[in-house]
Write a protein that binds this ligand. Structure first.
Ligand SMILES: Cc1cc2nc3c(=O)[nH]c(=O)nc-3n(C[C@H](O)[C@H](O)[C@H](O)COP(=O)(O)OP(=O)(O)OC[C@H]3O[C@@H](n4cnc5c(N)ncnc54)[C@H](O)[C@@H]3O)c2cc1C
Length: 500
């Protein structure tokens, strides 16, 4: 084995989870190699460019870029390797366009949001305040403590003695779901539906199945650190982390698809690439999803029992059907918000192509589109089975048909959209699978049934010694700030294991 092919830590994948793990460990002096199958870093937080437009692949509502507290994990991850980005505050987190003529904006200012909601449900004024205040309690517990590995007993003891009340608070909420708390205070069925979509739009399950810890984080941080858009597009976060990784002595290789995790006597010791190259490491981290890790990179027939149990508790969420559009600026009325949720029928909220998500990042950073134009990214949950078994022509025709239907729906909120279209690219669950390397193009794990909050979500260590998982199929789940948390935790556990 040459010294060039041996490392302290090898990270498979350069999603935000993988990059935070890699940068944290490189900053601590570990010799780190990141292997990325694609051409650029970022995974679901990547980008692509067409005809003067710079499109975000997925994420664009970014938490964790605030300046205060302990939950601003993206800011912290960048600072740890001495890189920084400029971000632009988003004044409205989401503009909801819902059935029953609910037209609600989630203002960055907490009191203004509560007032907007109370205007629709004056009889629930007290319930609304109590529910969202309780979310703030969860957030305050999290935002008081340093967020590291819950698999590290010394750290747990330390934070417990430093912040006993915050820790006890978190223990109380860990097994709870947001729906349990909402129903304590709120009885109006329509308002409960609103709480459902508040959860669904990032957890892709209703409130009853959304862990309270995650809900507390999202529903409070939007009014604290706020939602902030990285200047230059979301891809800048990964690019800057890579810059920091290299400055700290780490290495990244692109077009380096790992096909096998090499084990010796049951322990993970290295990886093999599609071109046959092998690299060896004391610790191997997979930023691929758990489904991909344990069925494609390791022999499926030796699936560890705890992974079997996890797969019985969680299933793959649907992927997305995405329309990446370039439009003439006059399509958007003045004061349009950056993020929208459109739903016409509550019965369709969780159905394929039911809820429509819209991001218009050029309202915050106009430089992502040619002058006089905007980007509109509209996406909606969809399953890969709807796109399999089609000939190339059928696939192309179906994309055109479905895009037409979505544009029709968007026309109701943005009249003149079709006439103002300058560019359109349609991505399907197949596109997500191909370019993000995620099984079935899934957005991530969702509970198969109501679970005890976050209690069944696995941490970073796996049943295979030397192998760790990081990213959205580990605690605490999907979202850039969440996978950054997973990265901090994974790096912390490995640093302890390597005695760095
Ligand atoms: C359409 C969409 C919209 C979203 N919107 C938001 C949002 O507004 N806000 C938000 O916070 N989150 C959002 N998310 C979720 C968020 O983007 C993800 O939860 C997060 O980026 C996942 O990060 P990750 O590190 O787990 O993995 P990924 O982003 O999946 O990255 C994994 C990386 O590993 C690489 N890889 C995989 N297998 C291999 C292999 N065998 N060899 C080498 N490399 C490999 C992949 O190419 C990829 O680069 C959205 C996601 C999507 C799809």
């Amino acid at each position: 084995m040459s010294p060039d092919s041996t490392f302290d830590v090898i990270v498979i994948g350069s999603g935000i989870g993988g990059l935070v793990t890699a940068t944290q460990l490189a900053a601590k002096g570990a010799k780190v190699l990141v292997l990325e199958r694609y051409l650029i870093p970022g995974g679901s937080a990547g980008y692509f460019e067409r005809q003067g437009y710079k499109f975000d692949v997925g994420a664009s509502m970014i938490f964790g870029l605030g300046n205060q507290g302990t939950t601003n994990l993206l800011t912290r991850a960048l600072a740890a390797v001495n890189v920084h980005i400029h971000s632009i505050p988003d004044p409205i987190q989401i503009h909801y366009h819902l059935p029953n003529e609910l037209d609600i904006k989630v203002d960055r200012l907490y009191e203004k949001f509560l007032q907007n909601l109370t205007d629709y449900f004056p009889h629930e004024a007290m319930g609304i305040r109590r529910f969202y205040d309780e979310c703030q309690k969860v957030f305050n517990c999290l935002n008081n403590i340093e967020l590291l590995s819950l698999e590290e007993p010394k750290y747990l003891l330390r934070v417990f003695f430093q912040h006993p009340l915050a820790c006890l608070g978190l223990l109380k909420y860990l097994p709870l779901n947001a729906g349990d708390i909402a129903r304590k205070y709120i009885t109006d069925p329509l308002l409960l539906k609103f709480i459902d979509i508040e959860c669904y739009c990032w957890s892709v399950v209703p409130a009853d199945m959304t862990p309270m810890i995650n809900a507390g984080m999202v529903f409070s941080d939007r009014h604290y650190g706020g939602v902030n858009y990285p200047q230059g597009g979301v891809g800048v976060i990964a690019q800057k982390l890579v810059e920091g990784l290299k400055q700290a002595g780490g290495e990244i290789k692109y077009q380096a698809r790992v096909t096998k995790i090499i084990t010796e006597k049951g322990q993970a010791v290295g990886v093999r690439l599609a071109n046959g190259t092998e690299f060896y490491g004391k610790k191997i981290v997979s930023n691929s999803t758990r489904w991909d890790t344990f069925t494609k990179l390791l022999p499926q027939e030796h699936l560890p029992n705890n992974e079997k149990k996890w797969q019985q508790a969680y299933e793959k969420s649907p992927s997305f059907l995405s329309l990446h559009m370039g439009v003439k600026a006059e399509v958007l009325p003045t004061a349009t918000a950056c993020h929208h949720i459109i739903l016409e029928d509550w019965q369709q909220m969780t159905a394929s192509m039911g809820t429509l998500f819209v991001s218009i990042p050029t309202l915050l950073d106009p430089n992502l589109a040619p002058p006089g134009h905007h980007i509109i990214h509209a996406f909606t949950p969809d399953w890969i089975v709807h796109w399999q078994g089609l000939s190339a022509t059928e696939y192309r025709e179906k994309k055109g048909l479905v895009a037409g239907k979505i544009i029709e729906r968007l026309e109701k909120v943005f009249p003149g959209l079709n006439a103002g279209l300058d560019y359109l690219e349609v991505g399907t669950p197949r596109t997500h699978r191909r370019f993000l390397g995620r099984m079935d193009g899934t957005y991530g794990p969702i509970p198969r049934r109501k679970l005890w909050g976050l209690l069944s979500m696995p941490f970073n260590r796996t049943a295979i010694p030397g192998l760790y998982c990081v990213g959205d199929s580990t605690f605490p789940g999907q979202g850039l700030n969440a996978v950054a948390f997973s990265g901090f935790a994974c790096a912390h556990r490995i640093a302890e294991d390597l005695r760095l």
